[in-house]
Design a binder for this molecule. Structure first.
Ligand SMILES: Nc1ncnc2c1ncn2[C@@H]1O[C@H](COP(=O)(O)OP(=O)(O)OP(=O)(O)O)[C@@H](O)[C@H]1O
Ligand SMILES: [Mg+2]
Length: 291
């Protein structure tokens, strides 16, 4: 067990019984040389990461190295934004975490229950209503028929889409379709949610609303989220941690941990300040690549 220095007054004792006579049959009082040492509670061991990327490299066939020696531990319930210039390997890394492809070298560990993935395009079944799209995910998960309708409606309600449950995708706006896709991803009930630029095609106002909804869902469900974006502001707005990737080959160049994530908005001064800092690093990376 680790110990801390004695207090200045010398009044700290080792254990509750220090200084008092030990009842018969208990351990003897500590030797005098330990009398002024205060035990420090042993910190609970950190939980194992939800996602572990360990020394991962990726190359497609005989092409250039796309990812080089990427290592990243993501804690359960953490919200990580993967940020980098176009082509730096963000989607490649996300696909590897999703198990859609295999690394050339290194290891990836994810929960046994797997991950739900959400892409830029909602990829909804066009002939099914919003509710039935969500019900399909529930059916694939093995949820009994009698429970699916109610569960799907409650998931659509969670993304503020209860009123559009009986509409088909072509009757919905882009933002509404992405909400259905989010409800469908949540319906899979996986501990890890992987999102590849899910809001990139949306206008700024809709994106802003969806940021709020995603944050609310994240706080309510405790999901581990890996969110890929090339939008610096979006990363600074959403992430608990922002991981900046460099290009050719793709690798992690810098990370930012955000201490206070509550109450952030896209226009918050702290989001703006962090964006400036990240953009500066991103520009350096882009210049380095162009040289
Ligand atoms: N299946 C593949 N076969 C060959 N090369 C690929 C394959 N998938 C990706 N690449 C290459 O890997 C590199 C990284 O691509 P990736 O899609 O991961 O980038 P990205 O960071 O997601 O970019 P963007 O922001 O534009 O989506 C690119 O040079 C791309 O051409
Ligand atoms: Mg991509």
């Amino acid at each position: 067990m680790s110990t801390a220095p004695a207090s200045a007054s010398g009044s700290a004792h080792a254990g509750p019984e220090a200084g008092a006579p030990a009842p018969a049959g208990t351990t003897k009082p500590l030797a005098p040389s330990f009398d002024s040492v205060t035990p420090v509670p042993v910190a609970a061991p950190a939980p194992p990461p939800a996602v572990r990327v360990d020394g991962v490299s990726k190359r497609f066939g005989a092409g250039p190295v796309v990812l080089e020696d990427v290592s990243l531990d993501i804690a359960p319930g953490e919200f990580v934004c993967l940020l980098g210039a176009s082509g730096c390997g963000k989607s490649t890394l996300l696909n590897l975490i999703a198990g859609l492809d295999r690394p050339t070298a290194g290891r990836i560990e994810t929960p046994d229950e797997g991950s739900a993935v959400m892409f830029q395009e909602s990829a909804l079944m066009p002939w099914l209503t919003a509710r039935r799209n969500v019900e399909l995910a529930l059916r694939l998960r093995g949820v009994p028929r009698g429970e699916r309708r109610e569960k799907a409606l409650s998931l659509l309600d969670a993304v503020n889409l209860a009123d559009a449950a009986e509409k088909r995708p072509h009757e919905l706006s882009g933002g509404m379709r992405q909400r259905v896709a989010l409800a469908r991803a949540l319906a899979q009930d996986r501990p890890v949610l992987l999102m590849d630029e899910p809001f990139a095609a949306l206008d700024a106002i809709t994106r802003d609303l969806l940021h709020e909804e995603l944050e609310r869902v994240w706080r309510a469900t405790g999901r581990t989220i890996v969110f890929v974006t090339h939008n610096v502001r979006e990363a600074a707005r959403l992430g608990q941690r922002v991981v900046l990737m460099g290009s050719r080959p793709g690798r992690i160049v810098q990370q930012w941990q955000i201490a206070k994530t509550t109450g952030r908005r896209i226009e918050s001064p702290e989001v703006a300040a962090l964006s400036v800092e990240i953009t500066e690093q991103l520009r350096k990376e882009i210049r380095r690549n162009a040289a």
